[in-house]
Design a protein around this ligand. Sequence first.
Ligand SMILES: NC(=O)c1ccc[n+]([C@@H]2O[C@H](COP(=O)([O-])OP(=O)(O)OC[C@H]3O[C@@H](n4cnc5c(N)ncnc54)[C@H](OP(=O)(O)O)[C@@H]3O)[C@@H](O)[C@H]2O)c1
Length: 293
Amino acid sequence: MTDANTAKRAVVLGGVTGMLGQALVNVLNKAGWEVVAQSRDDVDVTTCSALDEYLAGHAPDVVFNAIAYTAVDLAEDEKDKACELNKKLPASLGRISKKQGFKLVHYSTDFAFDGRKQMPYVETDETNPLCVYGKSKLDGEKALLATEAPGALILRTAWLFGPGRKNFVQTILNLAKDRDSLNVVHDQIGSPTYTPDLARYSLELVDAGGEGIYHMVNSGQASWCELAAEAVHLAGLSCAVRAIPSSEYPQKAHRPPYSVLSTEAFTNKTGTTPRAWVQALREYVFKDLGAVE
Ligand SMILES: NC(=O)c1ccc[n+]([C@@H]2O[C@H](COP(=O)([O-])OP(=O)(O)OC[C@H]3O[C@@H](n4cnc5c(N)ncnc54)[C@H](OP(=O)(O)O)[C@@H]3O)[C@@H](O)[C@H]2O)c1
């Protein structure tokens, strides 16, 4: 908790409508920060001078960038749009951070990896994105680091679910209400992550003085099928969840078959071990979505 004399000011880009952005706004407010939640109506983030002026007007200590082009399949056809938000925006923010002196916290993705590893990926593992979205996000990491913005923090996360915006878990539960069975991909394994937890851990790492690249996800791993099955079970729905291979659910963008992220570096820095995704999912299903326990 911060008191009024030491209250820090944050701007959360994407804080009004983004899934992670909204969680960051909640967590920062609860921690006593002064928070400005940004939406599209406030500033055109693709115009560097406008963004510079907007941020200067709020004089933040920290800027959290939760804006991204997140439509993974559509990005295959909209490379320029993905690049504008996922590569150019972090680069602009890095330059502005250097000029104005705020700390920048930026988010990236497990899709930076190709999934050929069989053990959780650490920050120094070789990257090799398989799709336009993953490449645009990795290019954003590199472009931001190249600005040498002091203290900039890049958090690679994965498989987000949480309140405030449509996500995989919510989609599955909506479908499961009306169907007897659902087929879900079982040969892609990742790190399901609850946005309120990600927001809390982000703040902990900022408070601990983290900079550079960190992986930040809930503990444990799951396939999409396991995540769906657990959510359906928790919600008390009778829909059967059947495992299928990716080949039976073709998607435009290639995804890594394995993209579990190791959070050891985060734990070493903060002393916190992220809670298990299953525990976080319970909170989402019971508290946020209001399923009866
Ligand atoms: N979702 C996942 O599973 C996942 C996995 C790994 C990494 N990540 C990363 O985590 C971060 C947060 O993701 P998220 O799922 O919370 O994102 P999200 O819910 O899709 O929110 C994206 C935000 O960006 C804003 N935005 C999009 N295009 C814009 C534009 N042209 N101008 C201004 N604002 C624009 C959106 O505003 P509107 O609502 O107005 O469109 C929204 O506020 C991103 O960096 C993402 O790459 C996400």
